[in-house]
Write a protein that binds this ligand. Structure first.
Ligand SMILES: [Zn+2]
Ligand SMILES: [Zn+2]
Ligand SMILES: [Zn+2]
Length: 118
């Protein structure tokens, strides 16, 4: 006798005895979910976004709350921290010398100008 548990799909109450915990109808869902997890892990590390970065970004925006392109402040626009030398080009993610504050549009423009990916 095998023990049956409800399928892990959030909207499914089908019982399953499969070890992965999904019913037969939701095998595709399970694969999608695994793909998502696999792809989200390495790419965020690749871009150098770690907890350290989140902390530094917060500190930076508190110290530099003005867009260096158009002068808008954080309350008027959602400001982003831009890397002058991109991480993908071995720029230092956590070096303050490599950071700039931009609002969304100025950031887009800067990336277009430098031909960088956002
Ligand atoms: Zn299911
Ligand atoms: Zn701006
Ligand atoms: Zn940028």
């Amino acid at each position: 006798m095998s023990l049956k548990k409800p399928c892990k799909h959030p909207l499914c109450s089908e019982l399953t005895s499969a070890r992965h915990g999904y019913c037969r109808d939701h095998l595709d869902y399970m694969k999608e979910k695994q793909k998502e997890m696999d792809s989200s892990r390495p790419s965020s590390r690749e871009r150098g976004y770690t907890t350290d970065w989140d902390k530094l970004r917060d500190e930076w925006l508190r110290a530099q709350p003005i867009c260096q392109g158009c002068g808008r402040v954080n309350r008027q626009a959602k400001l982003l921290v831009h890397h002058i030398k991109p991480i993908s080009d071995r720029g230092e993610a956590l070096d303050r010398e490599n950071l700039r504050t931009y609002c969304g549009p100025c950031h887009d423009r800067e990336h277009r100008r430098l031909n960088l990916k956002p």
